[in-house]
Design a protein around this ligand. Structure first.
Ligand SMILES: C[S@@+](CC[C@H](N)C(=O)[O-])C[C@H]1O[C@@H](n2cnc3c(N)ncnc32)[C@H](O)[C@@H]1O
Length: 245
């Protein structure tokens, strides 16, 4: 996905590539977006944090569905936040922006949300970082609040890894034809080595964890109704709830 140093994990070139090809690179993206919003139905407070929001696509769908709701979009990249602001412009004042690093903890205190959603970002944290994040997100949620996470996961063995890689290539090839009328996106996907499951050896940038680890860590953080709600091509959607009082 990137050839950057561990100290600086997401570069402008990634932003440019992702904003042009994201709809083709993310398998069944609109289905995932819809499922994230479905899982946030009925949250106790209509205010959702979109963690590592990118261009704000999750927020756009959430706000479209809920005319009385607010979102807070958080990302480290000013370019991404600017794109999110443009996308969310039609929703007037129903969003605010935070520029922060997912690893920092300052943004995690002093606020309460009814829901936290995130897509394709938590895999930048190592195992310890994910566990700390899950504990902090649990504390940030109102009782009955829901955390929904879409992300890459690490297959538990080589057969599942190969299948994830094959399905991802296949999904991008199909999307490339549909969206670009040819192999433009598929060629870029290969050139940028975006398919994590084709990489040999550990990647300093992308550090996905297994489904089992995520489920354990979410439960250990105090969440209930922890589940894997959807999965395809190595992309999984988790849901977890803070117990209602
Ligand atoms: C693959 S994009 C996903 C964007 C969006 N969630 C989506 O699904 O369309 C990853 C996003 O995470 C942001 N990001 C990467 N590393 C980050 C970090 N350490 N802290 C905060 N944001 C980060 C990037 O700027 C980018 O917007």
């Amino acid at each position: 996905m990137s050839d950057t140093s561990p100290a600086d994990t997401w570069q402008l070139s990634d932003t440019e590539v992702f904003s042009r090809y994201g709809n083709a690179f993310v398998p069944r993206r609109s289905e995932q977006t819809g499922a994230v919003c479905d899982l946030l139905e009925g949250i106790p407070v209509p205010h959702v944090l979109d963690l590592c929001c990118g261009e704000g696509r999750l927020s756009e769908e959430y706000l479209r569905r809920h005319p009385d709701a607010r979102v807070t979009v958080l990302d480290r990249s000013p370019e991404m936040l600017a794109m999110a602001a443009e996308r969310l412009e039609p929703f007037g004042g129903r969003y605010d922006r935070v520029q922060a690093d997912i690893e920092d903890r300052a943004w995690r205190s002093g606020v309460t949300y009814g829901g936290v959603m995130t897509s394709l970002a938590v895999h930048h944290l190592d195992g310890e970082g994910k566990q700390v994040l899950y504990r902090d997100v649990h504390e940030m949620l109102a009782p009955g609040g829901v955390f929904v996470m879409a992300d890459l996961v690490e297959p538990a063995g080589p057969a599942a890894r190969k299948l994830a890689g094959d399905h991802w290539d296949e999904a991008v090839r199909r999307a490339s034809e549909e969206q670009f009328g040819g192999d433009e996106a598929a060629v870029m996907f290969e050139k940028t080595e975006w398919n994590h499951y084709r990489l040999v050896g550990p990647d300093p940038v992308d550090k996905p964890s297994t489904v089992a680890e995520h489920l354990d860590w979410l439960r250990e953080a105090g969440f209930v109704e922890v589940d894997l709600a959807w999965m395809y091509a190595g992309h999984a959607l988790f849901t977890a709830k803070r117990k209602a009082d």
